[in-house]
Design a protein around this ligand. Structure first.
Ligand SMILES: C[C@](O)(C(=O)O)[C@H](CC(=O)O)C(=O)O
Length: 301
């Protein structure tokens, strides 16, 4: 029987020798490249999903249906590699959060995070975020936990708080503790800018719940490598900009060169032929399958 991606993610969380590293992917190409690079877990960035599927900044515009559709595609490229997906605020009240949870479970997502921003949210690293009350946030968590239970799923529910910026460290930790008490599996303090804050969240949840950290290059997030995060006690680290920022750098440069010189050969050509990019996206396996079915049809048993 196939092991569910959520069960695999849980096994990684329960293995004291592991830190789960999720490069932020947002489409089929970035997911393939991360899988080809050997990552054992993927992270679907909501910011990347919003920009790649809508062409819009991370300002709460992507709907649940759009997020779920992207997550389902990514989760199913290689079902043996767990996908942690951004579920923002859960996209509405109690019943919407329950519907989102069910939709992510049926999409094959292994874990997802729910936050305490107002539904009209913005990227966690921007100024001026608005929060819902702790009670409303806990309602979201309870709706997710109850739905998971009713569906007999072991999907990993990650409680995220964006409260650090406006309410401070202690209130943020209190919110996360209450979320874990309500059944969330993982604590995620968003937009940490100082080492002390990361140390504090790891200390507070030691022995109680795994801690997730979101590192975004170029943001004010406290910078850590995977090894440093592991030494501090972080259990999941996601790099939301791991594919996004290099894409902006490389594609902008390539387009500038094409515009200025009328030549694009230096970006690809010999190294990245159409054949090679199709290979990176499963061409061999797809063609082998096609040939195998054709040869079975020609030589029936
Ligand atoms: C983690 C995050 O929610 C995401 O969408 O990946 C974003 C990251 C980003 O803005 O690049 C966030 O709100 O931190």
């Amino acid at each position: 029987m196939t092991v569910q991606a959520s069960t695999r993610l849980r096994a990684l969380l329960n293995d004291p020798s592991q830190i789960v590293v999720g490069p932020g992917v947002y489409d089929g190409i970035t997911a393939r490249l991360a899988l080809n690079a050997g990552f054992q877990t993927l992270y679907m960035t909501g910011a990347g999903t919003s920009m790649s599927t809508l062409g819009m900044a991370d300002l709460g515009l992507a709907t649940m249906t759009e997020m779920r559709q992207n997550a389902e595609m990514i989760a199913n490229i290689d079902r043996s590699v767990p996908l942690i997906a951004d579920a923002d605020t859960g996209y509405g009240g109690t019943l919407s959060v329950a519907r989102t949870t069910a939709a992510y479970i049926s999409a094959g997502v292994a874990g997802f995070h729910l936050e305490d921003q107002v539904v009209n949210k913005k990227c966690g690293h921007l100024e001026g975020k608005q929060l819902v009350s702790k009670e409303e946030y806990l309602t979201r968590i309870r709706a997710a936990v109850e739905t998971k239970k009713r569906m007999g799923s072991d999907i990993v529910i990650i409680a995220r708080t964006d409260a650090l910026q406006s309410l401070g460290l202690e209130e943020s930790l209190t919110r996360l503790e209450a979320a874990v008490d309500a059944g969330a599996d993982v604590a995620f303090l968003e937009a940490i800018t100082k080492r002390e804050e990361l140390v504090a969240v790891c200390e507070r949840f030691k022995g109680k719940a795994p801690v997730m950290y979101g590192m975004v290059q170029g943001s004010s997030a406290y910078k850590v490598t995977v090894d440093e995060a592991k030494a501090l006690g972080v259990k999941i680290i996601v790099y939301a900009g791991a594919c996004l920022m290099p894409t902006f750098v490389a594609v902008s440069q390539a387009l500038k060169t094409l515009k200025e010189t009328g030549d694009c050969e230096q970006y690809g050509g010999g190294q990245w032929s159409p054949h090679k990019v199709f290979d990176a996206c499963g061409m061999k396996e797809l063609m082998d399958f096609d040939r195998m079915i054709a040869s079975n049809a020609a030589n029936p048993k």
